[in-house]
Each structure stands twice: as C-alpha cells, then as structure tokens.
Design a protein around this ligand. Structure first.
Ligand SMILES: NC(=O)c1ccc[n+]([C@@H]2O[C@H](COP(=O)([O-])OP(=O)(O)OC[C@H]3O[C@@H](n4cnc5c(N)ncnc54)[C@H](O)[C@@H]3O)[C@@H](O)[C@H]2O)c1
Length: 357
C-alpha cells in the first residue's frame, strides 16, 4: 500500500465509534483525521479520547480535502442520507450495517459511487474473518458435497438491557440489525438469493430503556425467513430481539449431500467450526490461521482504503450489501403480504482472500 496516509473521518460517535477508532490504530496507513456527531458533546468527548479533531457538522467534515474515506457509524435511519452526502462530496464510504433501510436507496448509493469512481463498502465484515474463510474453503473444496440447506439463528437478546439508545435498533428490527450478518455470510459463500418467504410477529411490544422510559417496539421483534438461493439452496433464518445470546440454537449450519458444517457464530472472526461427514459425529476443524483479533472493527475500512488505492476486488462491497438489503425488504414484505417475494438484484461474487484461496 502507498506510504501516503489515507485520511479517515467518522460520522456518528455513539456506542460503536470508539471501537473503530481504536482498531484504526492497527493500520499504519490509515489516519483518523476527525469525527462529528449530531450531538457535539459526543464528538468532543470522542475527539479528546482518541486525539483527533472534531468537525462542527457533516458538511465541515465533507469539506476537508484531507478526508478520503468517510466511516458512517450513525443510527440506522441516517445511514443512507449520510452515505449519499459523502459520495456526493467525492469521498469513499464505509457504512455500518444496514447500508440502507430501502433496497431502492441502496441501489441508488451504488450507482452514485460507481458514477464517481468511488468505493462503497458496508458492514458486516464477517466474510473477511478466519472462521468464514475456513468454512467457505471447505464448501468450495466439496467437503460437504452439494449444499442444499442452511440454518442460521440470531438470538440477539434485548438491546435495551445494554444499549443507551435502543429505539433505533427496534425501529429497524432484528432482521435489518443483525440478520444482515448470516445473510451476508451465506450469500457470500453460496451466491445470491432469488426468493424469500417470511413470517414475523412482535413477542414483547413494550420495552423500557435503562433509565426506565417505556417505548413501543415499532418493527416485529421476531422474523423467520426462508430464503431460496439461485443455486437451489434453502436458507432458514430466524432472528429476534427476545431470546438471549447464548441460546441453544446459535450460529450457522450448512448441510450438504456428503456432510454438515457448524459455525458457532456469524459475528466474529474466530469461533468454533465443526464438521460432520455423512452423519458421523461432529469434529473440530482447525481454522486456516488464528485470528489476531476476534472482531477487528475497522478491517472493512482498511480493505476499502486498500482497494481504493491499489484497485482490485472488494469483499465487503456495496453491491453485496444492497443485495442483502433487498432480501430483508422482501422478507418483511412477504411477512406482511403472506406470499413469497422475488429478489431481483445480483452482485459480483466475492473472491476468497489470498491466504485462504
Ligand atoms: N452497538 C453495537 O454493538 C453495534 C455493533 C455493530 C454495528 N453497529 C451499527 O453501528 C451503528 C451505530 O451503532 P451504535 O451502537 O454506535 O449507535 P448509537 O446510537 O450509540 O450511536 C449513533 C450515533 O450517531 C449519531 N447520529 C445519528 N444520525 C446522525 C447524523 N445524521 N449525523 C451525525 N451523527 C448522527 C447519533 O447522535 C449517535 O451518537 C448502527 O447502525 C448499528 O447497526 C452497532
């Protein structure tokens, strides 16, 4: 990578931002220029903690020519508008998930990035990790035979117990907030979705913040979706903000004609991987290499900056993120309408990382 430092700036200084700032320090060619937030007290506190400047607002941040990449860590509803403004200002963007809350908006963002020759990437970054890469290699190498079925369980507990501002998570719902992880993992490994049928309900409609403020859950807090992939694989995905993690049903299972594979998590770079050849007992599979960090928050920003400078394939691409947004929108529409919904978008298939190829 070039020795010129690549300027990064963060929009949104909430719960997750300090973890990004800390992880950015691991990449010598990325320099955190500054941060901003709608709440200036937050951006000042963070800038003081991490030793960077604070911008008065997003406009001031976008006007800084030393900022090449904007990292969008705002709340779910702000992701689309903040990313759009950054692209229009000529910045590369890495966005937290979901990239947008509407498929049309996600498509628009990709078109805007392509038109300006900018890179657009989005979390989740799970495919960059050792657990996902090892599982992916086993599937590619035929270790399971033809894969026809996958199960993914997302029991994410009750956000209000630990997050200071849980409402935006409940507005988005568990499929948008955390279903994105296994959907990204499975469509990355197995290919795009073509149809989804879903059912959704609200299990616990009234929640209370840590300060004791009651609020109503706006989106279903339980969604189960059957996603049909173009290669014929069926994915059964269950997401909720009710059952605590760890739950008995967790992680991701892939089932093929000649075996099954279990990933203990769809979230972190490390985790347990177990293989059962043709119905035999499950055995541990060693990961191709040991992850240095279980969850390197800024690894997607590093990847985005690297491909922006050097060119090449982009594993956490905006096109893949937009496909996942379309699956989720279609699942919620199916749950409302009671019928299957087709998925139209496609994305360039991600390639495995060199160390796992
Ligand atoms: N909290 C987690 O464990 C976690 C994990 C992975 C991903 N994420 C994702 O990261 C994002 C941020 O999560 P969080 O937990 O830090 O949320 P948070 O609510 O703690 O922080 C969001 C911050 O964004 C600011 N903001 C909102 N709109 C803005 C705008 N238009 N311009 C500038 N600032 C704006 C808010 O004032 C707030 O400080 C979410 O979308 C979430 O999906 C969170």
């Amino acid at each position: 990578m070039s020795t010129e430092p690549f300027g990064v700036a963060i929009v949104g200084c909430g719960n997750i931002a300090a973890r990004y700032a800390e992880d950015l320090r691991r990449y010598p060619h990325l320099v955190l220029r500054g941060v901003t937030d709608l709440d200036p007290a937050r951006s000042h506190a963070m800038a003081t903690d991490v030793g960077c400047r604070t911008y008065l607002d997003s406009d001031a941040l976008l006007a800084d020519p030393e900022v090449a990449v904007v990292v969008n860590l705002t709340s779910h509803r702000a992701h689309g508008p903040v990313t759009r403004a950054a692209l229009e200002a000529g910045k590369h963007v890495f966005s937290e998930k979901p990239m947008a809350l509407r498929a049309a908006e996600a498509r628009f963002l990709n078109t805007a990035a392509t038109a300006r020759n900018l890179r657009l990437g989005a979390a989740p970054i799970v495919l960059l990790g050792e657990l996902a890469q090892t599982a992916w290699r086993m599937v590619r190498n035929g270790g399971l035979g033809t894969v026809r079925l996958a199960y993914a369980d997302v029991n994410w507990g009750r956000m209000e117990r630990w997050h200071a501002a849980p409402q935006p998570f409940y507005d988005a719902g568990p499929l948008f907030d955390v279903g994105v992880y296994p959907l990204t993992l499975l469509t990355g490994i197995l290919g795009p979705a073509v149809r989804v049928t879903a059912s959704a309900t609200t299990l616990l409609a009234q929640r209370s913040t840590r300060e004791g403020q009651w609020f109503n859950v706006e989106s279903p807090d339980f969604v189960v979706a059957v996603v049909e992939l173009a290669d014929g694989t069926l994915v059964r995905l269950t997401t909720n903000f009710y059952v605590h993690d760890p739950a008995r049903q967790c992680g991701v299972e892939l089932h093929g004609d000649e075996g099954s594979l279990w990933l203990s998590t769809w979230f972190t770079f490390g985790g347990r991987l177990e293989h059962s050849p043709s119905g035999e007992p499950y055995r541990d599979v060693p990961l191709i290499r040991t992850p240095q960090v279980m969850l390197p928050w800024a690894a997607g920003v590093e990847e985005l900056a690297r491909v922006a400078i050097e060119g090449g394939v982009h594993l956490t691409s905006g096109a893949h993120a937009a496909h996942v947004v379309e699956i989720i929108e279609a699942a919620l529409s199916s749950a409302r309408g009671g019928t299957p919904v087709q998925i139209q978008s496609r994305f360039p298939r991600p390639q495995p990382l060199a160390w796992a190829a």
